[in-house]
Design a protein around this ligand. Structure first.
Ligand code: UT7
Length: 320
């Protein structure tokens, strides 16, 4: 049998940090409201010269370094993003060029908003287990703040930019035990940036529109469900999880899910206060944080989970 194993992780956050106090100078909000409702204290925002593939490149370089592999070893690139550099080519192709890979290895993007990294991980895992790929670079990268209306306090305080990357490699022992993905497009209207191109012109609103309360309730419901699905499939209970790595959207969603699962907060990665919601980058950023800060150690079991626009949601069990 061939399995996928995690060989390395890396992440990148743009230098510019924007605090709640800074936002409160331009929009009717307060540090107290944002912290108490979301747990967010600050977020990182890209430099005007940086695109999503630039953020992805920094994270990918760090993941390759930690995997002790060179870019030429990579034979698949999957980038999860909602904020590609351009309509096409894909951010994955642009990243491939920045990494200097000339082997002709396949590269493509995946769009599942905040669940994008779990979708990308699952797709890369299928390639590896089918025996067609040895080393896959899986990236979640976003310049999500480009999708915000900075006058809309309902959304502009919630998000940030960043990128996280992992290298998954073929192995004879399982690392990635299972992934489970879901979607229900009937909820598309609750969280969307509905703008599109028509006859060469941008049409419709390009910024994020969200029914925050409805998203919140749905998130707490399905995160718990999908986490139970992957644990049951592997005949494991929540007590076997050494580190819970949830999507970082709102500390209240994270804590409520951990509470429902019976996972104590010392086993939960909580980076949302420093980064805000970085969409597809959030789970790989949190995973890299956990490994670099020894919240997750070699041989231990991580439970990854995310939910986002679509709606999409999913979970993975990973022995690192
Ligand atoms: O990855 C998935 C992406 N999205 C999410 O995960 C978001 C999920 N939802 C949430 O995180 C929460 O629903 C929010 C943080 C968006 C809102 O928290 P809430 O506890 O659901 O807020 P609420 O509905 O109790 O409060 C809404 C009120 C409104 O005022 P009125 O109509 O009650 O007077 C808003 O106008 O809070 C007001 N409000 C704000 N006030 C100050 C909304 N945003 C702000 C703000 N500052 N930034």
């Amino acid at each position: 049998m061939i399995y996928s194993r995690l060989m390395g992780t890396g992440s990148y956050l743009p230098e510019r940090q924007v605090t709640n106090e800074m936002l409160a100078q331009t929009v009717d909000t307060s540090d107290e409201w944002i912290r108490s409702r979301t747990g967010i204290a600050q977020r990182h925002i890209r430099d005007s010269s940086q695109s999503t593939s630039d953020l992805a490149y920094e994270a990918a370089q760090r993941a390759l370094e930690s995997a002790q592999l060179s870019a030429d070893d990579i034979d698949l690139i999957v980038v999860a993003t909602t904020t590609p550099d351009m309509a096409f080519p894909s951010t994955a192709c642009l990243l491939q060029a920045k990494l200097g890979i000339r082997s002709g290895a396949p590269a493509f993007d995946i769009q599942a908003v905040c669940t994008g990294f779990l979708y990308a991980l699952s797709v890369a895992d299928q390639f590896i287990r089918a025996g067609t790929v040895r080393h896959a670079l899986v990236v979640g990268a976003e310049t999500f703040t480009d999708l915000l209306d900075w006058q809309d306090r309902n959304t502009c305080v919630l998000f940030g930019d960043g990128a996280g990357a992992v290298v998954l490699s073929a192995a004879d022992q399982p690392g990635l035990l299972t992934t489970r993905l879901h979607a229900d497009g009937h909820y598309a209207h609750l969280l969307a940036a509905p703008g599109k191109f028509v006859q060469g012109q941008a049409q419709g609103s390009p910024v994020v529109h969200m029914d925050g309360g409805a998203v919140f309730k749905f998130a707490v419901k399905v995160l718990d469900q999908v986490c139970r699905e992957v644990l049951e499939e592997q005949h494991l209970s929540a007590s076997a999880v050494d580190c819970f790595v949830p999507h970082q959207a709102n500390i209240r969603i994270i804590d409520a899910t951990a509470h429902k699962m019976g996972i104590s907060l010392d086993r939960v990665v909580r980076t949302v206060s420093q980064q805000g919601n970085t969409s597809a980058a959030s789970v790989p950023l949190a995973l890299d944080h956990a490994l670099r800060h020894q919240l997750l150690q070699p041989g231990q079991l991580a439970l990854l989970a995310a939910v986002g626009g679509g709606f999409t949601w999913g979970a993975a069990l990973l022995r690192v």
